[in-house]
Design a protein. Structure first.
Lengths: 507, 466
């Protein structure tokens, strides 16, 4: 049957063709698929790149939350802090020895009032919380408005729509030292700062005239009276009082000289006749007393003005300025609260006539008690300054530790060898020099520098002391200024002595 | 009691947000259509739960009945949109439409909290946008001639960009001249031009065969970039440039175009900085300075970023809860800085998961491009993916101080007429490409299935014969 055979062969042929074309179709499809995969490579690369960048963003945000957020939001410009007050009863401020120095009292009607149990004693350090904020009330504001009480208390209070109890801040302030400083200043105006040089913890900070933060409404009213305007009671003299440094500045002058005479400083000698002329500026020693022949050490110990004016005249002005600025004069201080920047105006272009007064701390130089404390802290701690701070930690209202602040280095201001040398020189001040009388019968040694800074031509003067105890392993830096010491008879070194005594009595 | 409900709601919002994010990624990774459907259906539930708790808190805190009405209106539109859209387009991506709804609802929530009238405006505009753009997939399945007008798109784009220089029409805001006023509407032409730009680049690249074609394409693209630099709109210039570089890299498959492109971009920025740091780039310098240390000039240029960081940091991981933070202190919190407002009140965990959702949207976009065989659609969907992700990066990075802030919006969440409409167009076009590609793929799969069946039967018949 050729016809049917022909037909079946036709069909077979068509089937073969069909098979071939279907196979071709599948092959082409696979090829297209492979092509598309190859074509997709750039898409995959870009996708991985973008995902990687976004992972960086996520990690960055977590890093920000973990490491940076706390400090960022504690910024006093963060207005959100105030909204917390609607939900949280502001926490207390507690001294390192457990005394409550600021707390919020809530009456039956839910009215809150800030109460300061020690009144004036901690006024400037703690500050105030109405009509703006200052002191710890400002710098610790954020911590006190957060609540870390336990979850049960949180839920119970939440159910009753009651405010949560805020966290307490534990300050570095020591009530005993604060009290001693406060009483030692008596009715005199002035300021006291005491800092632990190895950590930077501020143990006391007193400023007078003071005010009662419980009565801040009336204080503000008083400030608007004629008398009040001049009183500057709100000014924290410890960090904002700008004083001529007087003889305490001789430490800076001395370091500038030591830097210029690394090998022959011990050869220095000078004969003091009680007064002398330098660049036509008349310089006289206290009471016109002639110290006779003095070395570099006894010049400092006796606080000999003519000798230091003599030293000052030999200094390279640019080097002098650098030494002052190494001690952070003219610079921002590593301190979180309110403060003023100290200033020292000598530079390479200054006239010689400015030098004699500047060298003995009269002149145009102005520094704060905190600045002097910082200079002493760096000397006491081998040149390295630990950042002075007031907040030791934060704890919840139940007493659980939330946060502990660690001491932070603010860098080395001077060389360790320089610190050691300056300490030796300053020991002489307290051994046989101007401060010897105050420290003759103590159980501890002191290195420091006294100062008497005249601020007018009528003999009115402020009394200074800046120094530290136990020079071998310095324990405590004290910086004291007493205004008008010639009238009130209170000497800064005497105040410092009382502080050291209290400090060691408790040890 | 209200406090407790609100606090608990905050935790629910966070929990369901995490679940939603997980589903975004797991829906991407499954290949089985049925399993994916299950996941995307759950997602819809999560969106509504998050949305419900947000509005519950908003209502309890404000006791404003308008908020309830607004809430119901949103639910109505969202349900209708999902039902009708999926009813008409059986092949559409549920993941994509879920994410569209999700982003819009998050945006409405935050805008309701910040400024109710803006939220309503945004809602009305976005709803109109949703209705209009739902026709896109239909149009795209019917016609293919979009690609033939690439050059026209290019010219149109440049003209639209130049419109900001027309006196009386254009306006300079925040140092950039990139706004125009049309009656009651303020628009940013750049937002629409970026769509035209991608269509232009994709169209010309799909046809380009020679280096000459590439050069012409490059020159016209450079004009776009030039106009943007003249507008001092650096954010937009960066978006356009990166998109262009990525698209050329895709079209040529040559890594040199990517590496060279990025190197050239960095070089151009450095040169621009050296030459024009006092004139054209002065406001850029201000932003760079504000980025390096926003707190140094907290009353001036650093204010915005500083406030943004305060907001994010103060809100913390868990957030203050809606209505309990102060997001209104951040300048333009409703637009460029909405992410900071979200972090402050809904929490940084919410913010981080939102970032992950945005990344998942980008990956789902890129998947569309990878599935697509047609070069034009492949380039278009890829270009849009890059635009979306780069713009999100500039926004999120800017408000968190990761990179200098460039003043671009967060797509579909930030308030902004131009931004929302143009993003809806982008989402709809990608949805359209998905529909077209899926239909093609289904048809292809059928053809292959048929061919395979035929061959199998033939082989069976042959072996039976033998």
């Amino acid at each position: 049957m050729p016809q049917s055979q022909q037909k079946s062969e036709d069909i077979a042929e068509r089937i073969r063709n069909k098979i071939a074309s279907e196979e071709e179709f599948l092959r082409r499809e696979e090829e297209k698929e492979a092509n598309n995969r190859r074509k997709n490579r750039p898409v995959v690369v870009i996708t991985y790149l973008m995902v990687a960048v976004f992972m960086c963003l996520v990690v960055y945000i977590i890093y920000f939350m973990q490491m940076k957020a706390e400090v960022t939001i504690a910024n006093s410009r963060n207005v959100r802090q105030d909204t917390f007050a609607d939900r949280v009863v502001r926490g207390s401020v507690i001294t390192s020895d457990g005394e409550v120095i600021a707390e919020t009292v809530v009456d039956e009607n839910g009215n809150e009032k800030r109460h300061y149990p020690y009144g004036n004693m901690f006024a400037h350090a703690v500050g105030y919380d109405t009509h703006g904020r200052s002191g710890l009330e400002l710098s610790g504001n954020f911590y006190m408005l957060r609540s870390h009480t336990n979850i049960v208390e949180k839920i119970t209070k939440g159910l009753k729509d009651e405010k949560q109890r805020g966290d307490n801040i534990v300050t570095t302030l020591d009530k005993r030292l604060q009290e001693t400083a406060y009483n030692a200043l008596g009715y005199a105006n002035g300021a006291v700062v005491a800092i632990e040089p190895s950590t930077g913890r501020i143990l006391c900070m007193v400023s007078k005239p003071d005010f009662d933060p419980n009565d801040i409404e009336n204080v503000w009213e008083y400030l608007h009276t004629e008398e009040g305007e001049k009183s500057s009671v709100l000014l924290n003299r410890a960090t904002q009082g700008m004083y001529a440094p007087g003889s305490t500045f001789k430490v800076v002058t001395l370091l500038a000289y030591l830097r210029e005479h690394p090998n022959d400083a011990s050869n220095y000698d000078y004969t003091c006749y009680g007064e002398d002329d330098y660049a036509n500026v008349e310089i006289s020693c206290a009471g016109g007393y002639a110290h006779g022949e003095v070395s570099l050490e006894s010049s400092l110990a006796y606080s000999c003005n003519t000798s230091f004016a003599n030293i000052g005249m030999t200094l390279d002005k640019a080097g002098y300025k650098k030494t002052a600025e190494d001690f952070l004069i003219n610079k921002d201080l590593p301190y979180d609260g309110e403060y003023y920047k100290s200033h020292f105006d000598i530079d390479a272009s200054s006239k010689d006539t400015e030098i004699p007064q500047t060298a003995i701390g009269q002149g145009e130089t102005r520094i704060t008690p905190l600045q002097n404390a910082i200079i002493m802290c760096s000397i006491a701690n081998g040149g390295e300054l630990m950042k002075p701070y007031l907040i030791d930690g934060v704890e919840s209202a139940n007493g659980t530790k939330i946060k502990t602040m660690k001491p932070k280095s603010a860098g080395s201001l001077i060389q360790p060898s320089e610190a050691k040398e300056l300490t030796e020189y300053m020991k002489s001040v307290c051994d046989y020099g101007t401060a010897a009388w105050y420290f003759s019968d103590t159980s501890y040694d002191v290195a420091g520098k006294t100062g008497t800074a005249e601020y007018d031509n009528e003999g009115s003067c402020n009394s200074w002391f800046a120094g530290f105890s136990n020079p071998e392993h310095p324990d405590l830096v004290v910086s004291v200024i007493v205004e008008d010491s010639d009238e009130n008879g209170i000497n800064a070194t005497g105040v410092a002595r009382q502080l050291f005594d209290t400090y060691y009595a408790g040890q | 009691m209200i406090n407790l409900i609100c606090e608990l709601s905050q935790y629910f919002i966070m929990l369901f947000m995490i679940l939603y994010t997980v589903k975004c990624f797991s829906a991407l990774s499954v290949t089985d259509e049925k399993k994916r459907k299950k996941k995307t259906n759950k997602q819809i539930g999560y969106v509504f739960v998050i949305h419900f708790f947000c509005y519950l808190v908003l209502y309890l805190r404000t006791e404003d009945v308008n908020i309830l009405v607004f809430y119901l209106a949103q639910i109505l539109v969202a349900v209708l949109y999902m039902l009708i859209f999926h009813g008409i387009y059986k092949e559409s991506s549920a993941l994509l439409s879920n994410n569209t709804a999700f982003l819009l609802l998050v945006g409405y929530t935050m805008l309701t909290r910040l400024d109710f009238s803006l939220a309503v405006k945004q809602f009305v505009l976005a709803t109109i946008g949703l209705v209009l753009t739902s026709f896109f997939p239909y149009i795209m399945t019917k016609t293919k001639n979009l690609r033939d007008h690439a050059v026209l798109f290019g010219v149109l784009g440049i003209v639209a960009l130049l419109s900001v220089f027309v006196p009386g029409l254009g306006q300079e805001i925040y140092g950039s001249r990139n706004w125009i006023h049309l009656g009651p509407l303020s628009l940013q032409p750049m937002e629409f031009v970026k769509i035209l730009f991608v269509l232009f680049v994709a169209g010309t690249l799909a046809k380009a065969n020679t280096l000459k074609d590439l050069m012409i394409n490059a020159i016209i693209s450079a004009i776009f970039m030039g106009v943007l630099v003249l507008e001092k709109d650096l954010g937009a210039a960066v978006i356009f440039y990166l998109t262009y570089v990525c698209m050329v890299y895709l079209a040529t498959s040559r890594p040199i175009f990517l590496i060279g492109g990025i190197a050239l971009g960095v070089g151009a920025v450095l040169c621009g900085y050296m030459l024009f740091k006092d004139s054209l780039f002065s406001h850029v310098m201000v932003r760079v300075a504000a980025w390096q240390d926003p707190f140094a000039n907290i009353d001036g240029s650093g204010y915005q970023v500083a406030q943004s960081l305060f907001a994010i940091g103060t809100g913390g991981y868990l957030g203050t809860g809606l209505m309990r933070g102060l997001p209104e202190v951040i300048p333009v919190a409703e637009s460029d800085f909405i992410f900071s407002a979200i972090c402050e009140e809904l929490g940084v965990i919410f913010g981080l998961t939102l970032i992950l959702v945005i990344v998942s949207i980008f990956i789902s976009f890129v998947n569309v491009s990878m599935k697509c065989r047609d070069p034009f659609y492949k380039y278009v969907s890829f270009g849009f993916s890059v635009i979306y992700i780069v713009q999100s990066l500039l926004n999120l990075g800017g408000v968190t101080k990761f990179i200098p802030s460039t003043g671009v919006t967060l797509p579909l969440i930030s308030y902004g007429v131009s931004s929302v409409l143009s993003t809806l167009v982008i989402f709809a076009v990608i949805q359209g490409i998905y529909v077209v590609t899926t239909r093609e793929a289904i048809k292809n799969e059928k053809d292959r299935e048929r061919a395979r069946n035929f061959l199998e039967q033939a082989n069976a018949a042959i072996s039976a014969e033998e």
